[in-house]
Ligand binder design. Structure first.
Ligand code: SAM
Ligand code: SF4
Length: 334
């Protein structure tokens, strides 16, 4: 058996809110299942912070993951609680749709966190407002321009990354978006991605806005000739969802591959272990010393993933067999 995994998390993804001010039509959140906004309490956040030493030095702590973090009234108070020596592991993603003061933008520029992801689907106001439903282009744009101006004055300001979700409506703009963020908006990275077509996404919208593989290939070609750096995600559709699982015939369990050690923490303080064969949730309110509890769990997770890898080697599961097995399990469960 090969050497055991390094016993550190690749990432811990947390959220400090569980709602959003927008309703983008492709959003991965099913808002029919969400009401109110559970704000992470300071005491819970302090417990989360004790887990940061368990993240690899080049790993990440998501200050926000699935929802809009700037809706938290104590966003900056929580940000300030993050120990300085851990801040290079930290980033968050925002729609930048809520009006921000210059003071707030200045504080972000001096926060010492690694980067901020800004979601930017279009620079055409009507298209922007179609895709980022509920946002006003003028407010977003004003925030962006002031943020960039303030960040440009500080060499140590967090890097700016941009995320564009590809839909029929913004395909024509991709090269322009890449060029503008690189030249005018301090982009260190610009990711273009297909959206994951979750079953709850409005099917009429999906039908007329989801891009085809041919369109995705055209984007790929267009971006390839651009002098600017970008990341292009995989083509995704119902038929082309990537499957990274390892199926073990013996255990009838699914392991993620490539294996990745991670935790996800909701704003209510529920920690879920990702990519484990059984669903495990731990409420941070129930434990007084999260660091020692999760250090122990981490060793077991590392062992489990290593075991999954070895099992896959033994069964020599081909991707087709893995996929077939996964769907078999899914259909048996439903
Ligand atoms: C879920 S959002 C949360 C952060 C924030 N509300 C925002 O949109 O910037 C995080 C990122 O995921 C992207 N996203 C939303 N729905 C998606 C989907 N179905 N598939 C892939 N990415 C998606 C968003 O555009 C955004 O860049
Ligand atoms: S802004 Fe982000 S979280 Fe909000 S609806 Fe859009 S993609 Fe979803």
């Amino acid at each position: 058996m090969s050497a055991l995994f390094q016993e550190k998390y690749d990432f811990i993804a947390s959220d400090i809110t569980n709602n959003c001010n927008l309703r983008c039509p492709y959003c991965l959140n099913d808002y029919t299942q969400i009401s109110g906004n559970t704000l992470m309490e300071e005491t819970t956040f302090k417990k989360v912070l004790t887990l940061l030493p368990l993240v690899k030095d080049d790993g990440f702590f998501f200050f926000s993951c699935l929802f809009e973090p700037l809706l938290h009234p104590n966003f900056f108070k929580l940000l300030r609680l993050i120990p300085e020596h851990e801040r290079q592991k930290v980033f968050f993603t925002t729609n930048l749709a809520k009006k921000l003061s210059d003071e707030s933008l200045y504080e972000l520029s001096t926060s010492q966190i690694h980067h901020i992801n800004i979601s930017l689907d279009s620079l055409i106001p009507s298209q922007f407002e179609n895709l980022r439903k509920g946002a006003r282009f003028d407010i977003f744009f004003d925030n962006l321009e002031r943020l960039v101006k303030i960040f440009a004055q500080n060499k140590l300001a967090p890097r700016l990354h941009y995320i564009t979700v590809l839909c029929k409506g913004n395909l024509e703009e991709v090269d322009k978006l890449l060029q503008v963020t690189a030249e005018k908006y301090l982009a260190k990275e610009h990711e273009f991605r297909c959206f994951i077509p979750f079953g709850f996404i409005d099917s009429t919208w999906l039908h007329s806005n989801n891009i085809s593989e041919a369109e995705w290939k055209a984007v790929k070609e267009k971006l390839a000739s651009s002098p600017y750096k970008y990341i292009l995600g995989d083509f995704l559709s119902y038929e082309h969802l990537p499957d990274h699982s390892i199926y073990s015939e013996y255990e009838k369990k699914v392991y993620s591959y490539p294996p990745c050690l991670s935790l996800i923490i909701s704003s209510s303080g529920i920690v879920k272990l990702l990519h484990m064969p059984i669903d495990i949730s731990i409420d941070l309110h129930d434990i007084s010393n999260p660091y020692s509890v999760f250090k122990e769990i981490l060793s077991l997770q590392a062992l489990d993933i290593e075991r999954g890898k070895e099992l896959a080697k033994v069964t020599q599961a081909s991707p087709e067999k893995i996929r077939a097995g996964w769907f078999k399990i899914q259909s048996e469960q439903t």
